[in-house]
Design a protein around this ligand. Structure first.
Ligand code: ADP
Ligand code: ZN
Length: 524
């Protein structure tokens, strides 16, 4: 395919669009040139077109690996709606019978099918591998690529088999796409798919129309929510809870308060779930109270608020869930209720899981807690988490920017932290570094003989509460970074090393204190 092939024409012809959105054209050209491609684009950015269009222009059939049967079906219907004979796209998954599978295979074999959607577990089946070995594969598209990483918000072990299966079927360019990925997840995806040299296309993750707020979760949380909904009467919203039990309880409370709300979770039968989804889309109900089972593939553009009743398990999940508000570019209010109690409860839930899983879960949870407790601009923190720098002083659309706290000088404290990170050879996480600066001789510290170092206890005289915000804000300011391979280990950046030689003023805002808020269970 030549560099200057006209792409606007097929874009218009097949999709009816006049121009490309964002990086779409560059992405498509990179894929057409036969290169591996990595696409990071927020939901609604137009990822599907990045593989749909080139599949139509290339010889052979593109294999699209996608985790959800409902999404596959939807995309196949859309693609086939555009063509005359209705076989441009097909899917292969566990829902098809033998006859239907034969039909799909015939269409692929005779070259009529340009896009074949496959669930990862179906892809690896011997009969499918053998079949695909016999046809020309134009490229592989791995949708929702974050599912490959245990550090992502939706880990699916079967995604780990994609690379070996591709090698069995036969190599072709790979395009991986996702709507959320931290540096850690990005690195996992590339390694696992064997596309370390892929060209990366990253759009901004900023959603300027979303308003972020964290409120303390007190005994009045239900009343707070009812009041919030009344203030936004007639508008559509989603409330996320962690447990099915809480979903049921809260939706009953809302109903009793004359709010048109329905519960949604994986324990409800599928007829009830699709009824609720329909009612929400058609605005027969205003509020869905849901577990995170609700939302993947839901495209209601005018969701006006997303409330997190419980602290989300990871910031990636939080970004994804809040991202369902204001897709049309209009108002989107994202309010999270947070208490330290919830944090402890979640940590307790993890006990009993395999150690490595617990460790990952705890690290992710700590990131969420740091976000919730911090007084820094929420947008800045979220974007930083996704490896993006937000340089505005004030976003004017989050609680911390609308009600800024006064800043205090923390030059000395930062110096103590940076020296501590250096003293422990950049090989420990933030809680360890904090023990070190406070001079707490924990077993772990003593076993490394770090209590014998000069800098041990250098921060004894400072207020205990300063260390978390100093470290968090030093990460955001770029004096420290977290190691990607060994996630969480604190490393000095070159700016951090310079700071040690030549300290600068460093203003921070103290965290919000969410201690001892209340007993959630007290009236159950
Ligand atoms: P994502 O998968 O990134 O969430 P989609 O592929 O579902 O996004 O696309 C989001 C919306 O944008 C869809 O309604 C799609 O039809 C539309 N879209 C995609 N590309 C273009 C374009 N070049 N011009 C106009 N609309 C587009
Ligand atoms: Zn802000």
């Amino acid at each position: 395919m030549t560099k200057d092939v006209n792409l606007t024409e097929p874009l218009k012809q097949y999709f009816g669009f006049d121009s490309f959105k964002g990086d779409q054209e560059a992405i498509i050209r990179n894929l057409l040139a036969g290169n591996d491609t990595f696409v990071l684009m927020p939901t609604g950015g137009g990822k599907s077109l990045c593989y749909q269009l080139p599949s139509l222009l290339m010889e052979g059939t593109a294999i699209v690996i996608s985790p959800l049967i409902a999404l596959m079906k939807n995309q196949v219907d859309v693609m086939n709606g555009m063509s005359e004979d209705g076989c441009v796209a097909h899917y292969l998954n566990s829902s098809l019978n033998k006859a239907a599978i034969q039909l799909v295979m015939n269409d692929v074999r005779r070259g009529a099918t340009k896009l074949l959607y496959v669930a990862p577990e179906s892809l690896g089946k011997d009969e499918n591998v053998e079949f695909l070995q016999s046809v020309k594969v134009s490229f592989y598209a791995v949708d929702e690529a974050h599912c490959i990483s245990e550090w992502g918000h939706d880990f699916r072990p079967e995604y780990r088999n994609i690379r070996p299966t591709i090698l069995r079927i036969g190599e072709a360019p790979v395009i991986a796409l996702t709507a959320t990925a931290t540096d850690k997840v990005r690195s996992d995806i590339k390694k696992n798919l064997g596309i370390c040299n892929a060209l990366e296309f990253k759009s901004s993750f900023n959603r300027p129309n979303l308003y972020y707020e964290v409120r303390p979760k007190t005994q009045d949380v239900d009343r707070n929510i009812i009041m919030f909904i009344r203030q936004h009467a007639g508008k559509s919203g989603i409330i996320y809870c962690l447990s099915r039990k809480k979903v049921e309880e809260l939706s009953a409370i809302l109903k009793a308060n004359n709010i048109k709300a329905e519960p949604y979770h994986a324990g409800l039968d599928s007829a009830k779930r699709s009824q609720t989804q329909d009612d929400f889309l058609m605005e027969r109900i205003d509020v869905i109270v849901a577990t995170i089972a609700f939302g993947m593939g839901i495209d209601k553009p005018d969701v006006r608020f997303v409330i997190h009743y419980d602290i989300p398990k990871s910031l990636e999940g939080y970004y994804q869930e809040t991202g369902r508000a204001g897709r049309d570019g209009g108002e989107g209010l994202c309010v999270t209720f947070y208490s330290n109690k919830d944090l402890q409860k979640l940590e307790k839930f993890m006990e009993g899981k395999p150690v490595s899983e617990q460790d990952i879960g705890r690290q992710l949870l700590l990131e969420t807690a740091a976000y919730a407790e911090s007084s820094v601009c929420r947008r800045k923190m979220l974007l930083h988490y996704f490896g993006e720098e937000y340089t505005e002083e004030n976003c004017h659309n989050c609680d911390n920017c609308l009600h800024p706290k006064s800043k205090r000088e923390a030059k000395e404290a930062l110096l103590i932290v940076l020296k501590a990170v250096m003293a422990v050879k950049e090989n420990f996480r933030s809680d360890y570094v904090i023990d070190f600066v406070k001079g707490r001789p924990t077993d772990d510290l003593v076993s490394h003989k770090h209590h014998e170092l000069d800098d041990f206890g250098a921060g004894e005289d400072e207020d205990d509460k300063i260390w978390n915000p100093v470290i968090h804000q030093a990460l955001i300011a770029g004096y420290l970074k977290k190691d990607v391979e060994n996630y969480g280990l604190l490393k000095l950046t070159s700016a951090g090393k310079r700071f040690i030689k030549q300290p600068q003023p460093f203003m921070i805002v103290e965290d919000t204190d969410f201690d001892d808020e209340f007993e959630e269970e007290s009236r159950d």
